[in-house]
Design a protein around this ligand. Sequence first.
Ligand code: VGL
Ligand code: ZN
Length: 207
Amino acid sequence: MKALILVDIQNDFLPGGALAVPDGDKVIPIANKLQPLFPIVVATQDWHPANHGSFAASHAGKNVFEQIELNGLPQTLWPVHCVQETMGAELAQGLQRERIIKIFPKGTDVGIDSYSGLYDNGHRKTTGLGEWLKENGVTDVFVCGLATDYCVKFTALDAVKFSFKTHFIEDASRGVNLQPSDVKNAIAEMNRVGIAIVQSADILNTK
Ligand code: VGL
Ligand code: ZN
């Protein structure tokens, strides 16, 4: 059984948002086209408390994109984004909702970030997504969304750890590229651990 995982397709990651991913909005029509081809569609939602430890604003004297240590883990500091119950945290306007069976919030604990949709960054707690997919008979996952070099990559890597056959849909994803080759390196890293790098057309043409 195949599942499509839509990662963090939320207003704050779109152009004009608090943590805009360049061309982030381009993934929306592709995600919409893909949804009907999967028996199971789920979404992750970055869902931070207002004082989350990943926000530069939560640390006096620290700037956005600086690295700190947060409860023993390296942490990049971000602008305030995806705060619970705000517009920025909502799934993107144009994203079809009807087929999304379940939404998995992540990054809800102040003290730890969660790039992956399956585990927090310390692999201390799960979000329930991996277990839920297993319980629903899923064997293959297709991961896409925002951002390729953070939440999409770590979701795909953790899906492998959960022993799903894992696919990354490149054109249905966009990255932040804090460094210009971050997306390229993320894709290489996914490829190295056996994740299939696919295009939406490969899926649309074979089903
Ligand atoms: C993300 C940085 C901080 C993402 C979330 O969705 O890729 N990146 N929070
Ligand atoms: Zn976040």
